[in-house]
Design a protein around this ligand. Sequence first.
Ligand SMILES: [Zn+2]
Length: 318
Amino acid sequence: MNLAGLTELHRHLDVSVRLSTLLELAQARGLVPQSTSLEGFRADFILREPMSDLGSVLAKFTLYQQVLDRYEVVERAAFEAAEDAYREGIRVIEFRFSPGFVCELSKMPWLEALDGFHDGLKRAMTVYPDLKAGLICIGSRDFGMGSIEKTIEFFLRERDRFVGFDLAGDEAAYPNHLYRQAIKPVIASGAKITIHAGEAAGPDSVWAAIEDLGAIRIGHGIRSIEDPKLMEYLCEKRILLEMCPTSNRITSAWPDYSTHPFRRCFEAGVPVCLNTDDPSIFGNTLADEIRIARDRMGLSDDAIQKSFDTARAHSFLA
Ligand SMILES: [Zn+2]
């Protein structure tokens, strides 16, 4: 299979920091001992098995929040993340980040984070002219309605530097319908919307993402498989599910690859594509997801190629 010219639509930029850079930044801030080797750090940091201890997992996310603390660092992180994606054979990549999450601990101004991420991607596209990269702005449900509203205002103000809008965080505790009012200005602006849904909650969450929040793509959406009417609707309206098999297994959103909904959705005609989600924490590449789809789910190379064509057709990047 020709792995060049791939498209990825669901990759969190803050959790795509190159591991060697993450270690260097963490050591410079005294967060990781100087004696730690890259191999040792990788062995300790990367999540390879389903999570059991949420505390230690959250500590890993905290490390990104601690090191991404100023423009130069953020710009470098974005450049390297885009370069790593390019080296994986990706030519169209949509990164996403939550300004509320990235800046929570460092107190870096949101605009500084956006400047850095945006400029880093721009530099990557100059160095690799056949790369197209864009940014999706995430509102974090867990930070409360005030934070969502602030994120929406920020998104609308900086609209030119984003290709789309997303909501992430605990969809079970903070169901999508709660944001129906708040997201109206985003819908009115004509922005393209993807929503994390149907990962930790069932089909109702996906319905709400579509009907209440105007989503034309869904992050994960694996539990759409439980609702035949929804499956039909996704086919008919060509709503794409951005699936992330490794992520689902590690977070225990889905227990195994052999029964993972990617294949069943594909065969039912639902638009689906493969993504890495948080590559710097799961240690995965898009090539790993392709291998999983082929070897563990039994999809043909043709089917996998078709899912990448579908991803390309659904990209928010013009
Ligand atoms: Zn995600």
